[in-house]
Design a protein around this ligand. Sequence first.
Ligand code: NAD
Length: 340
Amino acid sequence: MKKLGVAIIGPGWVAGEHVRGYCGDARTEIRAIVGMVPEDKPRAQQYMAKHGFQAEYLESVEQLCRRKDIDAVSICTINFLHYEQALACIKAGKHVFVEKPLCLTQKENRTLADAAKRAGVQTHVGHVGRFYPAIVGLKNFRDSGAIGEVFYAESDYWHEILGAWKVKRRTSGSALLMGGCHSVDMVRWMIGEEHEAVEVSAMSVAPRWRKDFDFDPTLSLMAKFSNGAVGRVSCSLECNMPYVFHLQVNGTKGTIRNNGFYSDMFPKSQGFMHVTSTYLDDWNVAHHPFPEEVRYFVDCVANGTESMLSIPRAFKTYELVFAAELAASKGRIVKLPLKA
Ligand SMILES: NC(=O)c1ccc[n+]([C@@H]2O[C@H](COP(=O)([O-])OP(=O)(O)OC[C@H]3O[C@@H](n4cnc5c(N)ncnc54)[C@H](O)[C@@H]3O)[C@@H](O)[C@H]2O)c1
């Protein structure tokens, strides 16, 4: 069988996990690594040595786009580069796996969604939280009807985030784009993506003890969905505590609480039961299920099926993010869909 030619763009921290994923999938071959800063070349070489493969080192996305032997790309550069690189690769007819956040503005969000639909390539936005074994199990439990109709979901992304580019608006975007988008995605998924957010309110907190942020690192939002359900997300990048990803999903017949579940199906005396498989409770990318996520993306490409996290589908998550940021900055409720 002909192998899928893959390129990795931005051989940094998370890229190592994408490399691990493709190297573990016999259907793919990494043929190029694209780096644009001097430190990228040795890092690319380290990944090749560690996983025992040879790929060409390229210095621009334009070079990559001209390569006929590259079918799919993983975009693992830092946030502000995702939009232009994803757009270039989509236009060149490549299948695109882009790390979160998809982009930094609603205009970019719309442009990418339109381009992806037109190009007919497979796309995927990296919300790796959906691939944790505990979350897969709990989502199946929810979809089976075991907690009834979901009327409320909340998720929190609480992390003391460190790194020069992660705390500046120009390079990372915002608190929601840097981390909270994982929680927004989770809330939309648990409420049911067929129900769209119709309005959102939000408030943010200026930096309180860290001097390095040039945006508000703490934000809390509440959104109303088309079926009347309410979703709540909070995100703080200057929490003084170990990483926490909190999840609560309230249904008419039961509840999901982090890796625990409760349902009318079981005796009341049972209390919460717990899924013992891996849950999103570690910030380290080596702990995240990237091999599972890469395999899913390759399945989508191989079978010609649209990812549950395709750019046109993830559009709704980012639209809610941008609407919440607008609500926080203007101090008013913002209706969705956004006009611009
Ligand atoms: N899905 C997840 O859970 C998860 C986890 C970690 C990171 N990420 C995302 O992955 C992306 C990369 O994060 P990371 O921690 O690996 O970052 P990193 O700091 O390790 O850098 C990633 C790459 O971007 C390149 N880069 C940085 N500045 C550049 C510039 N000005 N021009 C060209 N290239 C530049 C670096 O050289 C490197 O190749 C981010 O968008 C981040 O949000 C996602």
